[in-house]
Write a protein that binds this ligand. Sequence first.
Ligand SMILES: Nc1ncnc2c1ncn2[C@@H]1O[C@H](COP(=O)(O)OP(=O)(O)OP(=O)(O)O)[C@@H](O)[C@H]1O
Ligand SMILES: [Mg+2]
Length: 362
Amino acid sequence: MSELDIELVCVTKSFGAISVVRDIDLQIPKGEFVSILGPSGCGKTTTLNMIAGFNQPSRGDIRIRGRSQVNVPPEGRNIGLVFQNYALFPHMTVAENVAFGLKMKRTPKIEIASIVQSSLRSVHLEQLADRYPKELSGGQQQRVALARALAPRPSVLLLDEPLSNLDLKLRESMRGELKDIQRELNMTFVYVTHDQEEAMAMSDRIVVMSNGVIAQQGKPEALYRHPVSTFVADFIGRSNIISVERMVKRSGGCEVLVTGSEITLRAAVAPAQATPQYGVIRLEDVLVLGDTPLAAQDNLNVLEGRLDRVTNLGASLELSIQISSGLSLYAAIRSAEVGILPATGKPIRLGIDPSAVTLLNE
Ligand SMILES: Nc1ncnc2c1ncn2[C@@H]1O[C@H](COP(=O)(O)OP(=O)(O)OP(=O)(O)O)[C@@H](O)[C@H]1O
Ligand SMILES: [Mg+2]
């Protein structure tokens, strides 16, 4: 088993009578890139602050490399921090900013110089060591903040929405850089974000939070393919969420009735207990059956509808299709496939593989 860097054991945090984080259990192995993902106010920063030591759990324990941190102050935890407002010291050069934490730790001068240099090299800023923060772009400033956090060689880096002040292009390129740095240093990263794409792009594991609790955790692809609730299905990627009832088990899966319609959907996997409430279908799993040979449609759920709207998103097209009064669906196809579409307002046939229908109880 790999060594655990951070462990949260049944951690609860209350402010007054309100518990904003409840019974969180989390185990983070050394060298893992973990994202804590969830909507505003779900408790992400509160959780991160408890790991950093800025606030104490009301109940439960936080362990770093097996040791309880209850009485350990933030500066004793060997943790680096990068926040949204990176707050560089304006009157210090880039190099002085990066050296700051090392001076505080009374690191010998000669060592400081070489650590500053290697930290700046790891974020590709060695050329800008003598500049002042106001002479840097937003992305460069954020990289200085990263170098400053890395310089004291923390065992763990906590990052709270570090890219949210940057424009989209820069944010996307910084994702790759952060992931590279993390991998190169083999450092544990705990990354807070409300941006599911960011979490999907960088993480070894994603912890989805909702309302102070963990809704689901796992590898990005597992959360995407097998969400346990409509909350997760809706938060990660794009889904059709359909209200269903009356499940009938069949060989090789089951059939459900779409609520308020006479449409039945086959699903390859029947839920173990109870009758499911929802069917979840990813947009890209709703196929447009243009000239698809009938034989190839055999195993699909085939639905007839009317193409209501086509939204051009550049690389893909998003379709809105009215199936019946009780059911409308979204689909996504590649822009190159535009040729298979009828005109808007015209009939369209859709196919959905039963294995793409996920049935959920909540
Ligand atoms: N010191 C505090 N006193 C009282 N309530 C607090 C305090 N700090 C946070 N909260 C509340 O706890 C809840 C979780 O806050 P937190 O900052 O952890 O959310 P978040 O997931 O980081 O949200 P965001 O994405 O907006 O940053 C919120 O409802 C917030 O108002
Ligand atoms: Mg926050």
